[in-house]
Design a protein around this ligand. Structure first.
Ligand SMILES: [Zn+2]
Length: 210
C-alpha cells in the first residue's frame, strides 16, 4: 500500500462513481439528496466518497472527497458523507471490496422491518446475493454502528449486502458497478418478497371468507 494515489487512478474511480450515482438516481434507487457511495483507489489506503448533502444527481468530481483509511480528508470540497465510518469499516474488513453503495430504497426498508433478513425468494437473488441480513441497532452512535457492521461481516464472510432497519441498503462488491447491481437486486427481491407475502395474505383471506 502506498500513501497518496496518482491523479489518473483518482479520475478513474471518480468517473465510475459518477456514472453509477447518476444511474442509481435515474432508476429511483435513491431519491432526494440521501444515500452515498464510495470507491477504493486501487493500491492505496485511500477511498473516494460522496460529499454530505449532495444528491446522486448532483455528484460532480469536485464533491467526491478523497479520505485515508483513518478518515482524514486529503482532497475534495465539502464534508464526507456521514456514513464514512460505515464505509471505512467495510473496506477495512473486506480487502476484496472496491465499491460501496448505500441507498434508502423503500421496498428493502419495508421488508427489513418485518424480517431478520430479506427473503431471497428468487433463484437469481439466492445465487447472486445469498443471505441479505438486517442490521438492527440498539444504539444510534457511530461507534455502535461500526461495531455492529464488523460483527455482521465477521459472521458472514462473503456478504454482498445488508439492510439497516428503518434506514436502507448497504451493498458492496469488487467494483462500484457491481455494488449498484447488488443494491438493485436487493430492492427488486424485497419488492417481490413483499408482493408474495401480500398475495399469500389475500389468498388466506379468500379461504376464510369462503
Ligand atoms: Zn442513509
Amino acid at each position: 500500500m502506498s500513501g497518496l494515489p496518482a491523479s489518473d487512478a483518482i479520475m478513474r474511480v471518480k468517473r465510475s462513481l459518477l456514472t453509477n450515482a447518476k444511474r442509481a438516481y435515474e432508476i429511483r434507487l435513491q431519491t432526494g439528496n440521501g444515500g452515498n457511495l464510495s470507491g477504493r483507489i486501487p493500491g492505496t489506503d485511500c477511498i473516494i466518497i460522496k460529499a454530505r448533502g449532495c444528491s446522486f444527481d448532483q455528484c460532480q468530481a469536485e464533491n467526491l472527497i478523497t479520505v485515508t483509511r483513518d478518515g482524514e480528508q486529503v482532497a475534495g470540497d465539502g464534508t464526507p458523507s456521514q456514513e464514512l465510518a460505515a464505509h471505512l469499516a467495510i473496506y477495512q474488513r473486506r480487502p476484496d471490496v472496491h465499491g460501496i453503495l448505500h441507498c434508502h430504497s423503500p421496498w428493502a426498508i419495508a421488508c427489513a422491518n418485518m424480517n431478520d433478513s430479506i427473503p431471497t425468494v428468487t433463484h437469481h437473488a439466492k445465487s447472486k446475493l445469498g443471505r441479505i441480513p438486517v442490521l438492527r441497532l440498539s444504539d444510534e452512535t457511530t461507534q455502535a454502528k461500526v461495531a455492529a457492521i464488523e460483527a455482521m461481516l465477521s459472521a458472514n464472510r462473503d456478504l454482498r449486502a445488508f439492510v439497516e432497519d428503518r434506514h436502507g441498503i448497504f451493498s458492496f462488491a469488487s467494483t462500484i458497478e457491481l455494488a449498484r447491481y447488488n443494491a438493485e437486486l436487493v430492492e427488486e427481491t424485497a419488492q417481490i418478497a413483499w408482493s408474495m407475502a401480500l398475495n399469500g395474505q389475500l389468498a388466506s383471506n379468500r379461504v376464510s371468507e369462503a
